[in-house]
Write a protein that binds this ligand. Sequence first.
Ligand code: GLN
Length: 384
Amino acid sequence: MNPIYRDMPTTIFEAMSMRARAAGAINLGQGFPDGPRNDAVIDAACDALQQRSNQYPPMVGIPELRGAVPDWYRRHQQLELGPDEVVVTSGATEAIAAALLAVISPGDEVLLFQPLYDAYLPLVQRAGGVARLVTLDPSGWRIDAEALAASITPRTRALVFNDPMNPMGTCAHPDDLALLARICAEHDLIAICDEVWEALVYDGAQHRSLMQYPGMRERTVKIGSAGKIFGLTGWKVGWMCAAPPLARILAKAHQFLTFTTPPNLQWAVAQGLASQDDWIAMARDQHQASRDFFCDGLHGLGLVTVPSAATYFVSVDLAASGVAMDDVAFCDAIIDQAGVAAIPISAFYAEAAPGHLVRFCFAKERATLQAALDRLAAALPRLG
Ligand code: GLN
């Protein structure tokens, strides 16, 4: 038995969703939206199932999607990519796995930033890598330049960077991106950039990839997700973008992980990226309004939130809210006593976790958010 997995709990997202189902709780834990629905993309997938090939597509993705991804990035992020720089994957998690397998050799060190998405650490370890953790400063989720420099050794080969960041919903500060670019160039590192939240950036802000910083074009693996762009998280269609020499290596790792991704879903995503810009902007605005609605409701309950600028998530600061419980105890209490599921932020730390932050998913219908707020209002006075 591989010890990496033997003692590992089931992911917090799966565990909380199972508990939510069993308790009949409103699930604001695992991040998935209950709307809006994109009928054009779903109809395109249905048509493609009926009318197009259901056999293995090309290993690196169908040409239509490998073309649509660069077009979309050109329009939205002023990035110039070619179809030969896109490898389609079965979701972003597969992309991260493939990128790590492609880039690191056993014994290589990889920089990870805490809070970190739960898959990163086991994937680094399973690829034979050694994780070096850099903890972001919780006062603004910025990178501490000295801590970063102290984590680099001659064995450092890559970093994994999530921007916008799950769980806190922050966008990286341009100075931090510039710092990472300098460090990558200086130490010849590959940046594996998990940018699955790039289309869900609020308040008029514009996502800018680390790939666009000086010296990063040739050393970045930029990872995206159709599941997030179209609110179809179960589809598991994602991609890695990288300069051709790197893309060729990434494709070799992908070929022995999932090999290909359902062609019908790829086709539908290609259609969607080409034609659904207005819908994508509408969905983003709708999620932003849900964030505002839910935060107002939490504030009305006397709960203090940490500013969220992106993603589906906002966190409550229990300590600042005067709640004398840690995040795990609070999540246990609200699922059992209020019938609301959330995620303790300590699940996003491998060491030295803060215990005062709880993540809620706000990408839900107003009625669902209101029901969750009502349940919390009724339960909060008697929690403990
Ligand atoms: N990305 C989702 C979240 O943060 C979870 C995905 C999963 O369950 N693996 O909630």
